[in-house]
Design a protein around this ligand. Sequence first.
Ligand SMILES: Nc1ncnc2c1ncn2[C@@H]1O[C@H](COP(=O)(O)OP(=O)(O)OP(=O)(O)O)[C@@H](O)[C@H]1O
Ligand SMILES: [Mg+2]
Length: 479
Amino acid sequence: MNISYKFDFNLFDSFQDMCFVISEKGEILVLNKAVYNTLKFTPGNLVGQNFFDLIEPSFIAKAQQVMNFCVKENRSENFYTKFNSGGKVFDINMSIIPYNFSSKAGNQKEFFILAKDITDLRLKEIELMRFYYVAQNTVNPVQIVDLQGKMVYVNPAFVQASGYSKEELIGKNPNIFSSGKHSKKFWQKMWNTINSGKVWFGEVENQKKNGEAFYTQILISPILDNEGKVTGFFGIHRDLSEKKLLEKQLIHTQKMESIGTLAAGVAHEVGNPLASISALVQVVQRSTTDDFAKEKLELIKKQVTRISKIIRDLVDFSRPSNYELQLTDINQNIVEAVEIIKVGAKAKDIIFDLDLNKKIPLLPLISDQIQQIFVNILLNAVDAIAEVENSNSRNKISVKSDTNDDNVIISFSDSGTGIPEENLAKVFEPFYTTKKEGKGTGLGLWVSYGIVKSFQGDIKVTSSLKKGTTFTITLPIQP
Ligand SMILES: Nc1ncnc2c1ncn2[C@@H]1O[C@H](COP(=O)(O)OP(=O)(O)OP(=O)(O)O)[C@@H](O)[C@H]1O
Ligand SMILES: [Mg+2]
């Protein structure tokens, strides 16, 4: 059975897309209304013209190539091209369909051409690409979550801040970051806000993959479709971790400063009466012949000396030193401090491992004070090693000195008991000690802290229980 259809080309006038029939040479034979509507030509004046005149010159060669290919293979092709009409450039998705218009003499080829104007679509695409580029490259972590609460997009900043890889995040619910620090009500309120199409803004403590806290300020906004229906949510974060850390450090510094002021006051108030007591004891001791009284006065003197030492430490912390700065050889001070410590009975089984960078510059410091810090830290290290039960062969204290462009860095590591996490911040506080009564005053590190700060330096501690502790001192080369 042979069914043949006869179409009127006017049928294509109701098409949104442009339709042409052109000859093998490119002469436009017929076109539909969409051509006029899109390219803004008055009807009639395109028929008989060359189709290739419509094409943006840089795309003509390609269009011809595709046409030849279509003829050769006797198949249709789709490709991207541009029209240039009346000075305006159009992005076009073009289909070329070759066919034999057999009613004409011979076997003449003609082409049916369908041209879809995708200029607006391309603009949208470019706009999207722009936003994608911004999202990919911003330092702010960005995430997009679908209606089921699954992450469908995370940017590199988010990957970095969370510590998870992109693959680990896509498809997961953001509650994998939950630190458990916020109540159910807190999150309920957030969901209520964004589900109702509003923007939510808040500060959140999340948890990174490695368990560390990840503080952020988040703005979560619903993504709406054309009808105003929520289709998902995007969150933009501001990483607050650094800010929180600085805040903590500032609070710590301020605390130390106020303690310093208080201590200076107390030292002053106690120091004067103490000096009188000391003087009176000596007077009485000299004038009495009673042995019992003499013996007890000797005890009083000892206790007074002990108190005086504490008072001196307190003053050391808070008073700017009267000593003059002198160019100080840090390495020499380390070696001397180690020599002093080695003399002690507790240190006899400890290996001291020194790794000193000979290139570190001399620093304007007060040598005695620097040595006091080193001796303090080394004494603590020896004590911490002595505390370890069954301590045997692995008793070691490593001291390292090094330099970068701006600082000299000195670190003391021991294989001692370590310090529990919750006590780490306390070790620099005055009178904090875990040593037996009469053994430690808890002022050693506090005084060290005060001295290091007076040279614009810094002292930090890291520790791991049962493994050991490291104190790191940083001193600026140009304070
Ligand atoms: N290397 C260390 N290993 C383990 N714990 C340490 C170490 N260094 C310091 N500590 C802890 O910090 C506390 C405070 O140290 P700090 O030097 O300020 O005082 P102290 O040694 O107890 O007394 P002082 O130095 O005044 O005689 C110590 O009691 C100890 O608990
Ligand atoms: Mg100490």
